[in-house]
Write a protein of this length. Structure first.
Length: 75
């Protein structure tokens, strides 16, 4: 038996989320930034980023003013 309650947003209300595991060794930021622009998400969640990604994603705050960052330093 599913006891979770589900509710629906009022028409016109929604939350658009973009979640991506970029894989720390991946350097294809030129593929990710246009995706963010094209999908216009309310929330961007990026996993497996490092200092390189942090540096190259500085353009994101223009459309996403609230940022929580946790940059892991490699070994």
């Amino acid at each position: 038996m599913n006891t979770a309650e589900h509710s629906r947003c009022s028409p016109g209300n929604h939350l658009r989320v973009l979640s991506a595991n970029v894989h720390v060794g991946n350097r294809r930021v030129d593929d990710l930034l246009p995706l963010v622009d094209r999908t216009n998400p309310d929330l961007v969640l990026l996993m497996e980023t490092d200092a390189w990604w942090h540096e190259h994603l500085q353009a994101l705050p223009e459309g996403h003013p609230y940022i929580v960052e946790q940059v892991e330093q490699g070994p």
